[in-house]
Design a protein. Structure first.
Length: 518
């Protein structure tokens, strides 16, 4: 194509994309790319990452090779690129026009060529890349290269040798989701110098973060939705949970549709299209939903269960309020989410466990904090935010923090004395002395812990149980029974205490009978 110096990025931004200005760090990234410098751009979802390679690709000689992990995402991006008149193609196993694409590439008729990472190890592909000038390697979702990242893709490790075979071609790695550790890893793995990293501001000030423990998912989500206006997304963890929740939420005056990978592709497309069009629809979905859809006016995102990581939480909640108007992100979490996550960690390869464990601990800190949620999020992304944001649940209404160490000791003693085999409900009934056939048969009414929790303290048992599970002081066995984890002894011995954050009244409004937090 033409000499980059003959064109000005700003003019291309106006003429090709029709945008009046660059946003945030876009210009910085574009300038580095055009200057041929290796770059890692860490930009939150919606910040406009695609433009940072699309625009240079149209200005520079040769084709920009875009590596992207998901074929569906590639096709979305292809459509978007073609819509503004960029010459682009995808080269994937599902494309039937591969021969034509290869011809176009060889003839230098492509600004962008989207490929999957596994192509990198393909000798024929490498030879193909030698057949025409290359402008740039753009590596989308670059955190996939890191085992520390939440989405490791071994194929991404093949990219470095490929790019090293073309040392003069600039590289641009892009990600929305990388903690400090993962960023370092991306730089190392993709051969980008430390001073080549550009990080955009992560704050989404218009999103109000709210996090609450869960007791009755359907009721809590329904209550939450009833208080919201405009379109929203409810994330559930499994296809089954999506189906169930979608069904239960319907009939409350708003259109509700499900979305998950198990649905017929036509239904899925229809539901997605209906949501994009709608001004009041609730879509209940697995987390795959939202990737690559462009709906700026999503007013809320609710999580019916714990996300996979802070990065995932940030990305998923970030689908709300892209238009800058107020939006709400509501998360409902349960102690069983943590128990399941820990179990999963036990099943991954040993060298990935520390990263996974660190991610879970970070999530635990986010849901348990009595402090500002936004501050925790932004610190996680390497920023230095103010102590309080004024737009999260804890800033708006300070939760009470109480010392629950003694109750925690009673709880742990009861688990121990009943033999570390019973579930939370039973342990609580022992502590509060609720006689049943089971407690009689087990002889548990004679235990020293029988009925030692009374009055207001009884209301703390559920949150204490949750906190103990979250801290790995208690674990759940496959049958739902509670047993000691490594955090139990220090609490029992009084070496570490347990401060409990009690959600303020808004979380209790439907419960009578003195239940403090459910
Ligand atoms: P990301 O990949 O970072 O999540 P996208 O590249 O999909 O974000 O861009 C998000 C949206 O922002 C798209 O609709 C895109 O057209 C729009 N956009 C990108 N850059 C600009 C800009 N400079 N001005 C206005 N809109 C922009
Ligand atoms: Zn806050």
């Amino acid at each position: 194509m033409s000499d980059p110096r003959a064109q000005n990025p700003r003019d291309v931004l106006h003429s090709l994309f029709g945008f009046p200005d660059f946003r945030g760090v876009q210009r910085q990234v574009v300038d580095r790319v055009i200057a041929g410098e290796r770059t890692l751009a860490v930009m939150p979802t919606g910040a406009g990452k695609s433009l940072t390679y699309q625009l240079p690709a149209t200005m520079m000689d040769g084709t920009c090779i875009v590596v992207s992990p998901l074929i569906a995402l590639m096709h979305d991006q292809l459509r978007a690129a073609e819509a503004v008149g960029i010459r682009a193609a995808t080269l994937t196993s599902v494309d039937e026009n591969r021969a034509e694409t290869i011809d176009r590439f060889r003839a230098g008729e492509l600004d962008l060529l989207y490929v999957a990472p596994e192509r990198a190890s393909n000798e024929a592909f490498r030879n193909l890349l030698r057949a025409a000038p290359l402008a740039l390697f753009a590596i989308d979702e670059a955190h996939c290269v890191s085992e520390w990242g939440h989405d490791f893709r071994p194929d991404y490790r093949l990219l470095r040798p490929l790019m090293d075979a073309f040392p003069d071609v600039p590289r641009l790695a892009l990600t929305a989701t990388a903690d400090a550790h993962t960023r370092d890893d991306i730089l190392n793995q993709l051969g980008i110098p430390r001073d080549g990293m550009i990080v955009a501001g992560f704050d989404r000030p218009n999103i109000r973060y709210r996090i609450a423990p869960r007791d009755n998912t359907t009721r809590q989500v329904a209550d939450f939705i009833a208080g919201q206006t405009g379109p929203g997304i409810v994330y559930a963890q499994t296809r089954r949970a999506v189906e169930k929740l979608a069904e239960k939420l319907s009939g409350n005056g708003r259109p509700v549709l499900p979305y998950h990978a198990g649905l017929d592709p036509d239904v899925r497309r229809r539901n997605q299209a209906a949501f994009v069009e709608s001004e009041d629809m609730v879509i209940v979905a697995t987390v795959a939903f939202g990737m690559g859809i462009d709906k700026p006016d999503v007013r809320f995102v609710a999580h019916a269960g714990l996300p996979k990581s802070i990065e995932a939480y940030y990305q998923e909640t970030g689908r709300a309020g892209r238009d800058g108007d107020p939006a709400v992100a509501q998360l409902f979490w349960g102690a069983d989410d943590f128990a399941r996550a820990r179990q999963r960690i036990g099943e991954v390869e040993a060298d990935r466990q520390p990263g996974e464990r660190a991610r879970l601990t970070a999530l635990g800190a986010l849901v348990e904090t009595a402090g500002c949620r936004r501050a925790i999020l932004l610190r996680h992304f390497g920023e230095t935010p103010p102590e309080r944001c004024g737009n999260c649940d804890n800033c708006l209404e300070a939760p009470k923090s109480v010392d629950a160490s003694v109750t925690a000791q009673k709880y742990l003693s009861a688990v121990f004395r009943t033999g570390q085999t019973f579930g939370a409900g039973y342990v609580e009934s022992v502590l509060t002395g609720q006689s049943s056939e089971r407690s009689l048969m087990n002889g548990h009414e004679a235990l020293s812990v029988w009925g030692i929790v009374e009055g207001d303290e009884a209301a703390m048992l559920k949150p204490v149980g949750r906190a103990l599970l979250l801290r790995d002081a208690l674990r759940t066995n496959p049958h739902g029974g509670l047993e000691f984890g490594p955090g139990a002894r220090p609490i029992l011995k009084g070496e570490s205490g347990l401060d409990l954050v009690l959600p303020p009244k808004r979380e209790r409004r439907r419960k009578g009978g003195g239940a403090v937090a459910n």
